[in-house]
Design a binder for this molecule. Structure first.
Ligand SMILES: [Zn+2]
Length: 269
């Protein structure tokens, strides 16, 4: 946890909790009371004076992640309409997507689960994982699932050059040989890359996020939330990764049953 410094600063002292950046501003000299700012990629919002109790900071960190995600989603949908956030469909169709694989056990488990209800999915693979597990990649193709590009190194698009970002995407394509679908890791696309990418790829975002990657996710609540958010044309994000695996195993089977019961067709993008 970051400590308060003696002079006012913005962006100097930071605490990183759950991957979220908190800034401590205008601290008092006793070292325990600070103002807390939330850094939205350079735009700092100052919150009230508060004691730096670990629990409070964690709550703020969670709130920050929530706001940032929803903020980005709203802004993105409004100002980046070239990206696909949902497919409008007249019929009851849902697009299930799985990011960050392939993984030899987890991806194969997903394939089996999808098979049980006759569903096809779209797998946004990380190039280096695809290179390590070409057999799993072939299995996906053989079973009629779509393969999408998720960069080679699972790169965040913000804070790096467009050239470096494009290069990493090309590197992934050298492994998967499939220039059709792209999803930016962390949902953070490099803005300069949108135009060149759009000529070759459909850039696929989502409208239903399972948050299966969250440690300690309340899967009961999450199940309710994703079912409620599902509409015709929805693009749903799961992860076939080690990190998400415990939640994925709980969420996916019940969600597939729900979709089948509701009469949704589950198609690949
Ligand atoms: Zn990812």
């Amino acid at each position: 946890m970051g400590r308060c410094s003696k002079r006012p600063n913005v962006g100097g002292e930071t605490a990183k909790i759950f991957g979220t950046r908190l800034i401590l501003i205008n601290p008092r000299f006793n070292g325990r009371q600070c103002k807390i700012g939330l850094d939205f990629n350079g735009i700092v919002i100052v919150l009230n004076q508060t004691s730096l109790l670990k629990k409070q900071i964690q709550t703020l960190a969670g709130f920050h992640s929530f706001v940032l995600l929803n903020f980005w989603y709203t802004i993105g949908k409004t100002f980046l309409p070239t990206l696909t956030w949902r497919r409008s469909e007249g019929t009851k169709v849902v697009y299930l997507t799985f990011d960050d694989g392939p993984h030899p056990d987890i991806t194969r488990w997903v394939i089996q689960e999808l098979d049980k209800v006759g569903a096809k999915g779209s797998f946004f693979v990380v190039g280096e994982n695809a290179q390590t597990h070409p057999d799993v990649l072939s299995e996906l193709e053989k079973n009629g699932h779509s393969i999408g590009n998720h960069t080679y190194h699972h790169l965040k698009g913000w804070g790096i050059s467009t050239a470096a970002y494009m290069h990493d995407i090309d590197q992934c394509n050298d492994v998967i040989h499939e220039k059709r679908l792209f999803r930016p890791p962390f949902g953070r696309i490099n803005f300069g890359a949108i135009k060149p990418l759009s000529t070759e790829y459909e850039i696929v975002m989502w409208d239903v996020l399972t948050k299966d990657y969250l440690k300690g996710l309340n899967t009961k609540k999450a199940q309710k939330r994703i079912q409620k958010a599902t509409k015709s044309g929805s693009i749903v994000v799961f992860h076939d990764s080690i990190k998400a695996n415990p939640n994925l195993k709980v969420l996916l089977p019940d969600y597939l049953q729900f979709l089948a019961k509701e009469g949704y067709e589950m198609r690949a993008l």
